[in-house]
Design a protein around this ligand. Structure first.
Ligand code: SF4
Length: 56
């Protein structure tokens, strides 16, 4: 996988705004920017709080 901001799961797409947001640092970024040294692909856990209400 190419290491750029757009592939990092901490990357948050902002619709209608010129820049997106890095969820890890809260800084503006763009999808085609080279990944930072802290690039980490987050993997969702099955019983993660964020997915709790999606499981039936
Ligand atoms: S700055 Fe780093 S942590 Fe933030 S979205 Fe880009 S690659 Fe991910």
């Amino acid at each position: 996988m190419k290491k750029c901001c757009g592939n990092c799961r901490q990357f948050i797409r902002s619709t209608g705004k010129p820049v997106d947001v890095c969820g890890a640092w809260g800084n503006p970024t763009t999808a085609d920017r080279v990944a930072c040294d802290f690039w980490m692909l987050l993997v969702k856990k099955k019983n993660d709080e964020r997915t709790k209400y999606n499981d039936n």
